[in-house]
Design a protein around this ligand. Sequence first.
Ligand SMILES: C[S@@+](CC[C@H](N)C(=O)[O-])C[C@H]1O[C@@H](n2cnc3c(N)ncnc32)[C@H](O)[C@@H]1O
Length: 675
Amino acid sequence: MNTHTETLFSEVETANSKQLAVLKANFPQCFDKNGAFIQEKLLEIVKSSDVELSKESYSLNWLGKSYARLLANLPPKTLLTEDKDHNQREENKNSQNLLIKGDNLEVLKHMVNAYAEKVKMIYIDPPYNTGSDGFAYNDDRNFTPEQLSELAGIDLDEATRILDFTVKGSSSHSAWLTFIYPRLYIARELLRENGVIFISIDDNEISQLKIICDEIFGEANSLGIIIHNKLNSKSDTLNIQKNHDFLLCYRKSITPDASLINYSVSEQEVFEDNGRFYILKDSITTRGDGGTLNKRKNLGYTVYYHPETTDFIGVSDYDIELASSSNSEEKVYSDNEELIANGYVKIRPPKVRGKLGAWTWDIKKFNSEKDNIVIRKTNNGYQVRKRTFIEKKDVFKKADSLYTKVKAKGNSRSILDYSTNDGTNQLSSILGHPDVFSNPKNVNYLKYIFSLVPENNYIALDFFAGSGSSLQAICELNIDDGGIRKFIGIQIDEKCKSDSTAFDLGYKNIFEVTKKRIIKAGEKLKKENPDYNGDLGFKIFETVNDFRTKDESELTLSNHTFFDDVVLTPEQYDSLLTTWCLYDGSLLTAPIEDVDLNGYKAHLCDGRLYLIAPNFTSEALKVLLQKLDSDKDFAPNKVVFYGSNFESAKQMELNEALKNYANKKSIDLDLVVRN
Ligand SMILES: C[S@@+](CC[C@H](N)C(=O)[O-])C[C@H]1O[C@@H](n2cnc3c(N)ncnc32)[C@H](O)[C@@H]1O
């Protein structure tokens, strides 16, 4: 059994500490005995392999970049708690969807242990920093210049200049970059290896964003940029209207299934053949240079076709050896006179740029799969086409012809037309009032871009949820294609301005708008699709102040204790439990089961037993050991208890008893004293 003591989120990080820890774990030989990094050793390792070294290098630097790196590494300052009333409602209690209230940087930091490599698709629509969208950098970290200088590894002057904008609320490019960089950095950690991220942006920050996305995701992982034509008529610049914004698309890594695929559905004409229905496919010829008979001498047979009986057969009526050099039909081919006398016409492979052509199927395949071939008269001869049979139920009549719907696979177009007015109207109709939220995205635009992700059972994340358009789009897509995508939306409780419509209607903050929209959209979708049994509910969590946090002025590299002994309120108790489960790797939707130990309430989540309450008695310990012994379904691999609520004698008793038990049974049981 292993026992250790830890303080939740107590690690003090510097701008590069997490990255260095990865290097140290994988390349210990690159560090000297005092832990200093030896750059040359890493170069030696790289040089000895086939890696090509580039001598060119460029990057985007700004005032605050090292601070942004530090922000990505620092632990969260908050705890997470659930909205029990909402989550226990019938429609939400089994839901796998989440809406989380709080600053997304805090929430992403909480999520990183449990959700690392679990998210298939991220969509974000961050503040564009237009000058009128209210973006101003806000930061409540409260570092002194000395602290920041030490933790970020920068000089005092730079630290002072950075703190100047973090305190004042700047909307400079540097401030915007400092805001977005750590969020994208952590977002990448949440993506699955085949995950993709879509980021909406306009021309105010596209240049900056593209370069840091190349840095964070890798230039080779850019999937392209979509221009979203907003179909508006607004002239909001001096010379050129702004009728579009952009969508940057990146994948996490180069794996084939991290690509985007556009499945388009089109109507295709259907033909009937003796009560069976079919659609036409390609001809069995190729038009490229490789499609000549000279290059494919075995594929030059003639198809003899009887126009009245529609019978046909492939006949090898040519000189195969001559076929590799000559392009004279008279010399290479000799007609089958008998078939011609019986009314057959000859169909030879169409010529390719003046040269004799070839089929793509060999004669054996051709004659054995005749049912999959159809011969059609054209203006200047006959076409030999493949055909695919379809079921009668898939055929419909339009005018005097028959049609079916065919799904085709392709790439997305890079210019997409989706009206922003429609987005506004969609939101107004759901909330029953216009102007509650400015510029919500068009749900159909989001449905289209999400449908490019070639899976339909995954976790989707939007950490700038706004009015919740993307969350509605996920629900609608699931209804359309039977998918089981789960959404996670994150939205800060940004106050609604006192002169806004939202405020007049009683919404105190944007989070309340998000929540209302998803509830209302769920109700509307259920009404329109009464037989749909998919997940239209969602659970709510929110960040709360960490009651364990001491004054942050004590946060330095050498001093990082956090807690005083405390008596927990029920809210603090719940927030510790929720935060711990997530911190230990359980999804927020994982069930937490109460375990009764002779009146002492413990909690079991994904094989970990949590003991938070005070008054853990010797009787409770006895029941715990009995339960471990006799209840086959009760087999935790880790026991975590709240150190502040276990005086040291009780800690020792628990420790000894569990150690003896684990040794006797030869099982691995970790014991963690957590503060
Ligand atoms: C451009 S809007 C997103 C609009 C959304 N796509 C829609 O269609 O409704 C950006 C949203 O991000 C929110 N936001 C800004 N900073 C945030 C932060 N640090 N954490 C969470 N949300 C934030 C804003 O309150 C705003 O609602």
